[in-house]
Design a protein around this ligand. Structure first.
Ligand SMILES: Cc1cc2nc3c(=O)[nH]c(=O)nc-3n(C[C@H](O)[C@H](O)[C@H](O)COP(=O)(O)OP(=O)(O)OC[C@H]3O[C@@H](n4cnc5c(N)ncnc54)[C@H](O)[C@@H]3O)c2cc1C
Length: 484
């Protein structure tokens, strides 16, 4: 197969990859491809289609600033509607001719001012810039439970849901208590014969009007008055600053928000059940779960909450540590993702043979979410320290993509042939992160979460949106090595 030469490669056509593609097109850079492992764009919204999947960010905020959608059908959109939105954006902004699906990047090796990239189907590329938008929640985590493979019925991870799976009338075990576990239990309860929710660690659940429809009139007014639509987005973006405030600073606002979560638990009338559902850490310490339905669902007669550890799975049952054996037809794994993989597994090799596994031996880290020392002309969107759960991810992806475009424009003007952040700049950034993480609820709230790296550092953005905008407004030349 011949090697294709392009100016830029974006890996991943999820929300962030699409934002990057639109920025490239807007900058007049058309010599690029987006390589996507899946068979469609949309990222997590393409891969995940389990019952009950709903975004916990209001629809009018969980969208790009450059593509406001007036006619969302609900205040909090469902997964399929968000997926349709992403596909429409990719089409409307002319990205589809650039997207290659079923193109998993397995190797990317830097040499002489460019990258040699190879896909699983052995297609080879040579590119000046490599931009990774591979996402955080991509590789399903399968729990290591004795006998799981011996179960006779379907065992399905929520991120690989089988749409033909019949759940009505079945006895279903759901393992895992994050947002997904909560959503899937709430959605399956009404049709299933029995839903048993295995909860190792209960979650705080904040109430939200997740099922409320957006009146049609709202969509049509916003459609006819684009200014109002933009104003609504802007207002929600500003308003969402409260989340960064609550999570990063110990103020009365955090106390109020935490108490709102605590009060919700009183909806659970049975004391024993309420005790089982009460976490031993503070609200907002983990990714905050939002649901309007779970506490109702979990109190129905066909739902059981089991907080005793799972000992083993047999061909038709789950046996808990207290010796109880419960029979099931289906096991649903709502057990999340290997969140710190980012672009791995991939043979990513930077300057002087430095591999990403070596660079990240102590956990993923970089410079301002987007660059890594030793990896020239390489950038990440929503890379290490991205604000999962505190700042709009669309805002972050758009901001980062504009930052990368500024660098690419300078390359095109001939200012340099290669650029990479200095180790000092990355170390300084990571020291600042470590210090700022100190008072955040993720650090002080007394929980274990997927935000934590193996070495205990917390992989999140510890500041607000304005600090982010400042850090990623213009590249600071003092923080980069240039090869001229
Ligand atoms: C079930 C679920 C629910 C969520 N709900 C919310 C929510 O309610 N609110 C919220 O703010 N966030 C939510 N998120 C977080 C979500 O991850 C982000 O909001 C956002 O969609 C991430 O976009 P992304 O483009 O960074 O990553 P992704 O959407 O994961 O896209 C990355 C893409 O890269 C591709 N890829 C990966 N590796 C390769 C490779 N080697 N070669 C080629 N392609 C590759 C993947 O196939 C994928 O399509 C949710 C995530 C999940 C999994």
């Amino acid at each position: 197969m011949t090697t294709k030469h392009v100016h830029a490669i974006v890996i991943g056509a999820g929300m962030a990859g699409i934002a990057m593609g639109v920025s490239l097109r807007k900058a007049g850079i058309n010599d690029f491809v987006i390589l996507e492992k899946g068979d469609d764009v949309g990222g997590v919204w393409h891969w995940n289609h389990y019952p009950g999947l709903t975004c916990d960010v209001p629809s009018h905020l969980y969208q790009y600033s450059f593509a406001p959608k007036p006619d969302w059908s609900r205040l909090f959109a469902t997964g399929p509607e968000i997926q349709r939105y992403h596909r429409a954006v990719a089409e409307d902004f002319g990205l589809m001719p650039h997207v290659e699906t079923n193109a998993e990047v397995v190797s990317a090796v830097y040499s002489d001012g460019g990258w040699d990239v190879e896909t699983a189907t052995s297609q080879k590329y040579r590119t000046d810039f490599l931009i990774s938008a591979t996402g955080v929640l991509h590789h399903p985590a399968i729990p290591d439970i004795d006998g799981l493979e011996s179960f006779d019925g379907p065992v399905v991870h929520t991120a690989r849901w089988d749409d033909d799976l019949v759940t009505d009338g079945k006895r279903i075990a759901v393992i895992g208590t994050g947002s997904t576990g909560v959503q899937v239990v709430s959605a399956l309860q009404s049709g299933a014969a029995q839903v048993t929710h295995f909860t190792r660690t209960p979650q705080w659940i904040l109430w939200g009007p997740m099922d409320v429809q957006q009146p049609k009139i709202v969509g049509s007014v916003l459609g006819r008055v684009p200014f109002a639509n933009k104003l609504l987005y802007r207002g929600l973006l500003e308003g969402s600053g409260i989340l960064a405030d609550i999570t990063t600073r110990k103020t009365w606002r955090r106390t109020v928000a935490q108490n709102a979560a605590r009060v919700q638990l009183l909806r659970v009338r049975n004391r024993q059940l309420r005790r089982k559902l009460t976490p031993d850490y503070e609200p907002f310490c983990k990714r905050q779960v939002v649901s309007g339905a779970y506490y109702t669902a979990v109190q129905q007669r066909n739902v059981e909450l089991v907080d005793t550890g799972i000992e083993r799975v047999t061909e038709n049952s789950i046996v808990t540590a207290d010796g109880r054996d419960r029979k099931f037809d289906i096991i649903v794994l709502a057990t999340g993702f290997q969140a710190h993989n980012y672009m791995r597994p991939m043979n990513l090799v930077g300057r002087d043979g430095l591999t990403i596994d070596d660079a990240w031996a102590k956990g993923p880290r970089g410079y301002r979410m987007t660059a890594i020392p030793g990896f020239p002309n390489f950038f990440t969107l929503l890379g290490p320290n991205s604000p999962t759960g505190s700042v709009s991810l669309q805002f972050t992806a758009e901001l980062t993509s504009r930052y990368i475009i500024q660098i690419m424009k300078r390359f095109r003007r001939g200012e340099f042939t290669a650029i990479e952040p200095t180790q000092e700049a990355a170390d300084e950034f990571n020291d600042e992160v470590r210090e700022a993480i100190g008072p955040t609820i993720w650090n002080t709230g007394g929980c274990n979460s997927w935000y934590q790296n193996e070495d205990g550092t917390i992989d999140l953005w510890p500041w607000d949106r304005k600090t982010m905008a400042k850090m990623l407004s213009t590249p600071d030349d003092r923080h980069y090595h240039f090869t001229r």
